[in-house]
Design a protein around this ligand. Structure first.
Ligand SMILES: *Cc1c(COP(=O)(O)O)cnc(C)c1O
Length: 415
């Protein structure tokens, strides 16, 4: 007998920008028996995961594999593998995660140049291109879907312009991958990092990355192989080695590639989870999945507006998978969140920095992005806001959302 009982996690409705509800099929896959990391059955699954990642990232890149660790481990792996001390990195910041890119680039020894805009806005692509020409960095590191503000930075011109100028682009697509188009090849992005616990609906703990031969060339120039596993012809010393062993993409590549050179022990159960999450994603279809996210976004926005609430990110550059609501004057945002969780088992998010206490963020991501969840969060939010004496229009939230769903069913709306 011990005082600890078995885990008994309550079933929540998770409507945050991550982690979101895992698809039940993913949770089942995680209960699959462990295999050794060089078992041919397992390496086959690794290869299939790489294939499915290429499709998800819409790229022909040879390299697309997960780094073990949460999404920021992928960001850190890419940046620390590319940045040599003194390299110039330009970071356009439009929310919290631009600051994360800055932080990681600085720790990797970069000379970081910043551009900042007001939270809630994104950059005019030409302004970024002009700054790239002025600063002449080695790398532009930029967020695609900024979850802290619910905004999405267009990249279709920045990518090709950087390519022409010989500047590498590193993109944080952690929040957008699987929920909104991330066209790695079309936008000519050099390295892109995705996340699992957002629109792919897999638990947190892996960071899918992809990169092209431009990145690979830099990795090759800095590559040294761990002494304990090095063979004839492997370089053991190099002028500017990658500082991290764990996040060394050149070694991770040898582990994921045909050489299968031993590095870390692959996180078996997480690999099962990611493989299953990607399988489900591709079975649904990328376009169909993006459309589903837009459908529920529209219904949620209609419901929130119907209640008389004001949206913070009702802008052309809105991130479709995160809807930000201004907290009505006089209402304690944290008290509303607490009541939603305690009375209804629903989780929504607050925000960071200048937006803390100003907005709630409601995610409609992956498996959480379903009609019953949208209607439930609207109904519960109305009830909780009534108890907080907020001046809302009663009875219209769920109705407007139902109307939005009906309009789509009747084919009156093309998303
Ligand atoms: C969630 C998120 C991250 C960080 O992800 P972790 O898995 O917590 O490391 C990074 N960038 C963006 C845009 C995110 O939304």
């Amino acid at each position: 007998m011990t005082k600890y009982r078995e885990i008994h996690a309550p079933l929540r409705t998770i409507m945050t920008p991550g982690p979101v509800e895992a698809d039940p099929r993913v949770l089942r896959a995680m209960a699959t028996p462990i295999l050794g990391q060089f078992d041919p059955e397992f390496t086959r699954m690794m290869n299939e995961t790489m294939e499915m990642l290429r499709e998800t990232f819409q790229t022909k890149n040879q390299w697309a594999f997960p780094v073990d660790g949460t999404s920021r481990s992928g960001i850190e792996a890419v940046l620390c593998s590319l940045i040599e001390p003194g390299d110039k990195v330009l970071v356009p910041i439009f929310g919290r995660f631009g600051h994360l890119l800055t932080e990681i680039a600085e720790r990797s020894g970069a000379e970081v140049h910043l551009m900042e805009c007001t939270w809630g806005e994104v950059f005019d692509q030409q302004a970024v291109i002009d700054e790239v020409k002025r600063v002449q960095p080695k790398i532009v590191a930029i967020v695609h879907g900024e979850t802290s503000t619910g905004c999405m930075q267009p990249l279709d011109r920045i990518g090709p312009a950087c390519r022409e100028l010989g500047v590498l682009t590193v993109v944080d697509a952690v929040a957008s991958i699987g929920g909104a188009p991330v066209e790695v090849d079309e936008w000519q992005l050099d390295a892109v990092i995705g996340g699992t616990q957002k629109c792919i609906s897999v638990p947190s703990g892996m960071a899918p990355v992809t990169y092209n031969e431009r990145v690979e060339r830099i990795l090759a120039s800095r590559k040294k192989v761990e002494r304990g596993v090095a063979q004839e012809g492997d370089r053991r010393e190099v002028a500017h080695p990658i500082r991290s062993n764990y996040f060394d993409l050149s070694q991770l590549q040898d582990y994921w590639g045909p050489r299968r050179l031993n590095h870390h022990t692959e996180a078996t159960s997480m690999l099962y989870a990611l493989r299953e999450g990607l399988r489900i994603l591709l079975e649904e279809g990328l376009e169909e999945r993006f459309e589903r996210h837009r459908l529920h976004e529209k219904a949620l926005m209609a419901g929130l507006r119907g209640m008389g609430l004001e949206l913070f990110n009702d802008v052309p550059w809105k991130l479709p998978v995160v809807t930000c609501v201004k907290i009505p004057a006089g209402v304690d945002g944290e008290s509303v969140r607490k009541m939603l969780l305690e009375q209804f088992g629903i989780e929504i998010a607050s925000s960071f920095g200048p937006l803390h206490g100003q907005i709630w963020r409601i995610g409609t991501m992956g498996y959480s992005c379903r009609k019953e969840n949208v209607l439930f969060v609207l109904a519960a939010l109305e009830a909780v806001l009534i108890r907080h004496h907020a001046p809302i229009t009663i009875g219209r939230g769920v109705q407007e959302a139902l109307d939005a769903y009906e309009r789509v069913q009747l084919g009156a709306v093309t998303l």
